[in-house]
Design a protein around this ligand. Structure first.
Ligand code: 1GP
Length: 242
């Protein structure tokens, strides 16, 4: 198996400095069809993806370790856990987004789960990347809102979205993740991405409801440093060939 990939955050910062745009494929362990994994890995390797994110709002399948090992064996991309809760921590990944749901006011997702996760993470050598996670209203109720029992931010309230991102940066987060929610009807508004990217220094991840290559390009152009594609690739492994 390949060595653990180090300094993933540093590489994201370097990419931002050099204006190299990044792209993550998000895999939900519950939706992996094990028999199709070889094909999926082939398609990931042929895609322009620079990262693999693994996680979901709720993950029931007990295959996380196994999946992460496969991903490390069969791809050269950094494998980053994007957890819904502390049960999704695995030492088999390279890094983990240590999320705080800043758009919500549910203490479990602001600090309780982080307190539960800290001693577990201390026993791993995962790179821990603290991330201010901001859910933006997207036209339908998303799993993140349902599971976290929080309201997303109004997609027209740019001032509040910017203040939330800036508070996240001031709290010491290393990344801001603007999330419309998996399968969102509407992606994060481009003007919101642009405003936030012009007014914070840390790299910005954008995901949720991006369904085509044009959507990826638009989010990148607006100021996203890393775009996440989940559902569209899940539904069509030839997504990047169109
Ligand atoms: C969800 O941002 C990711 O957390 C990806 O969303 O599944 O809509 O691509 P999609």
């Amino acid at each position: 198996m390949r060595q653990k990939i180090l300094n993933i955050y540093q590489q994201i910062v370097e990419a931002k400095t050099e204006k190299r745009k990044l792209l993550a494929i998000l895999l939900d362990p519950d939706k992996i069809v094990w028999e199709n994994l070889e094909h999926l890995l082939l398609k990931i390797n042929q895609s322009p993806a620079t990262h693999i994110f693994v996680g979901g709002s709720i993950v029931e399948a007990d295959i996380l370790d196994e999946l992460l090992i496969e991903l490390k064996q069969k791809t050269n991309l950094p494998v980053v856990i994007f957890p819904g809760d502390p049960s999704q921590i695995s030492p088999q990944a390279d890094a983990i987004l240590f999320l705080s749901l800043l758009s919500g006011r549910n203490p479990d997702y602001l600090i309780e789960y982080q307190v539960q996760a800290a001693p577990i993470l201390k026993k791993t050598d995962l790179e821990i990347i603290s991330t201010g996670y901001i859910l933006i209203e997207s036209g339908n109720e998303t799993a993140v809102a349902r599971v976290s029992k929080t309201q997303p931010l109004d997609r027209e309230d740019f001032d509040l979205a910017l203040a939330t991102a800036q508070a996240g940066e001031m709290l010491g987060n290393k990344l801001v993740y603007l999330e419309a929610g998996s399968g969102a009807k509407k992606a994060v508004p481009l003007e919101m991405i642009a405003l936030i990217s012009q007014n914070i220094q840390i790299p910005i991840i954008v995901g949720g409801g991006i369904v085509d290559l044009h959507g990826i390009e638009s989010a990148h152009k607006a100021g996203a440093d890393l775009v996440v594609i989940g559902t569209a690739f899940e539904n069509n492994s030839h997504f990047f060939e169109s």
